[in-house]
Design a protein around this ligand. Sequence first.
Ligand code: IMP
Length: 443
Amino acid sequence: MSTRPSDSARASHTAVVGLQWGDEGKGKLVDLLAPDHDLTVRYNGGANAGHTVVVGDERYALHLIPSGILVPDCTCVVGNGVVVDPWKLLEEIEGLRGRGVEVSENLRISTRAHVVMPYHKLLDNALEEAISGQRGGAIGTTRRGIGPAYADKVQRSTAIRVGDLRHRDRLERRLETILSLRTRQLRSLGVEVGDELSLPRLLEESLAAGDALAPHMADTTWLLHDAIDAGKSILFEGANACLLDVDHGTYPFVTSSNCSTLGIPAGTGVPLGHVDRVLGIMKAYSTRVGGGPFPSELHDEIGDRIRERGREYGTTTGRPRRCGWLDLVAAKYTAMVCGVTGIACTLFDVLGGLEEVSLCVGYRLPDGSVTDRFLPDAEDLMDVEPVYETMSGWHDPVDPPTDRASLPDAARRYLDRIESFVGVPIEIVSIGPERSEVLVAAS
Ligand code: IMP
């Protein structure tokens, strides 16, 4: 663990959370804030997440390892709420080491975290295919086995945790039952099951992965509480985003974890009362990957322009992202659910050069009435019409802005409107992918 001394006995703890449908640029923000914290902790999700961090000429795409790994002296923790694909994790560790990034004692993985197995990915795939004809289509998952792994966690009798990978007997017993069930289930869905799901092969591969990960395994609940008691400060890194939260998002077009800040206590063992600052990350516009309602989606050349300027293609799957205007109805709701104390508005530069920009400030319901409250039902959300406020756009500034005051007038008015609607100050505006390309509000 980092031995960096902290200034006071009660250090301050921060959470970074996405306020939209993911890909808001959380990786960059975590990378920016990590130097002020001793530990960075992931509390939810799995290899479905893709956090991009640009350091100089290097671009890193992280999936399971917290973005703080790129910051010296920061201990990174994969909390119990994460579902870990051990082979993907090992690949990520090797990839980072190969590029000269230190991954040793600075990475800790909860023995309580659940394991994503190859049959979870096969099931994810098969289930997506099976429901693709329904209204709204398939969920459009990343097919990384996330849903089936969380389902097994809740099912209990068919689950495997990271700590189990160190125990041959336990693992063999569990896999025997699970493989017999899953093989039959997969065959009934028309999936050909090959040698990759044979007990001897999967057992040996799992034990080998367990051996390789053993130096990183820990009881991270105690580790975090010991760190808190020692006055160290923690950064909680949310993966995916609040509108994908299994309880509070656009269900069923969501992921299978609590990606809002409400996932922190369950996913780490640290009570939410310890978190002093919640930074909500929001793009200057909206994007979504996969299926599900998206009231402010654009199907025109402005949507295409945003996709190209914003490089809106999935970090994990490479899929083109659906693009649209900023939905303030959704942002106000997610800021409320996550207890956001400040906003970081990312990819702000992408909107430069448009004649006009629009903000979604209400939803018109099929009966003609207008609401500014987000709706709990995805099918109802598919039927709303966005109500827009349209404002003048701005040109790309010739000189890079140095603070919010140096932005063009129309750009400042756009940011002011976001603040007044959501009711939370914008603390950071990101104007490019580099670490340095941020405008930070004076505190
Ligand atoms: P799953 O998490 O792979 O089950 O996918 C469920 C839904 O969440 C799909 O619409 C995915 O595209 C979306 N999703 C999951 N993780 C991310 C993410 O990190 N960014 C954006 N979308 C995501």
